[in-house]
Write a protein that binds this ligand. Sequence first.
Ligand SMILES: [Zn+2]
Ligand SMILES: [Zn+2]
Length: 445
Amino acid sequence: MLTEEQIDLVLKAERDLWKIPETGFREVKSSKYMADIFEQLGYEVHLAGDIPGFYSDFDTGLPGPTVAIIAELDALLIPKHPDADPDTGAVHACGHHAQGAMLIGVAAAIKNEGATDGLCGKVRFISVPAEELIEISYREELRSQGVIEYLGGKMEFVRRGIFDGVDMSILIHPSGLPAGKMLAVTHGDNGSVAKHAIFHGVASHAGGNPMGGINALYAATNALNAANAIRETFSDGDKIRFHPIITEGGSIVNTIPDRVVVESYVRGATVDALRTYNRKLNRAFAASAAAIGARLTLCDRVGFYPLNNDWGMNDVMKESMEELFGENCVHVSKGRGGASTDMGDLSTMMPVVQAISTGCCGGAHSETFRVGDAKKVCVDTAECTLIAIRKLLENNGSRGKQIIENFHPLYKTKEDYFRESKEFIFDIDAVTYNSDGTVTLKYMQ
Ligand SMILES: [Zn+2]
Ligand SMILES: [Zn+2]
């Protein structure tokens, strides 16, 4: 359990990290803040390298499972938030900074006298960048420079070998819960494909010669209408979410727009659902461009795989919080959330749990979000995680080993994941006008 001094360290870290919000793959200050504390705690810090983030190990010295405890580093861009960074608009409106404070608490307290008596295996503390799938153009730039391959930090960490040897992962995400509830465990979250659709038309004088142009904005609005026309085919259980925005809508008002950009995610509960509906939506987009003689570049990127929390891990978290706050303090939901996270990608390879803590107020991802009770968000979750580690690694790691044995991965190796996920990574010219007057549509790999 945390000492008074350790609690102070955690609460200070929560406040300090709140004040240095940075978005994904830019979390230089936050990563350094975390790494410095880990060094002060006597850990060897293994930096990710040319991106923020690091890991540190606690080794019991006895063979057994390795449990990763994960904390995300990144903030969101909500310039209207009262605490947003005035220069960048960044703010921790998803509460990831509190995960960092919690991680510090666990890392500090696991070194306390007797804390790991009777445990085996290892704990890997991972401070990971870029969970929120935003600023896609910036990440594409990093991709083209060869810095990253994946848009989400966890899969980038997998690619870099930081999850090698990790058998199971725990993350507790800050949120708010009904009174009396300290934690929620759920079935999981949706997966997602990130879509960037560029409609190409022909510019012409909007007053003098509109008949000489091809209006890329109309191609895009056709596409949005066509997408809406197939929404009623989205089956309820697949939990499809499609929420496009237009990020470029034309340049000047007296020129017919020749370039319009639509961005969206396609979210769904299973990989099959993502595949099916993503193709349907791409087909609707391609046909809409073809309808008026426009062209379309479809850029799809694997967003996040559906998160399937492991029920063995869910049970461990539930029992751990109940040890602290008694029965009925944990909300158990068999339902799946509509959001997406790269914990989902990890869940294709290893048993994971992303539990939800309480103590935050206001709406996540909005200007009202804030941490209301930092003790609940950071300290209680750290205590809960310490108990969970004990449950997984005591008795020769029997419970952890049982969970590993019962787990059926979607992908047996990270190489399988890398290969299969390429299905959702492509840039294609979706509309080709053939010399014989026919049109060919291409909307999948
Ligand atoms: Zn978020
Ligand atoms: Zn989040």
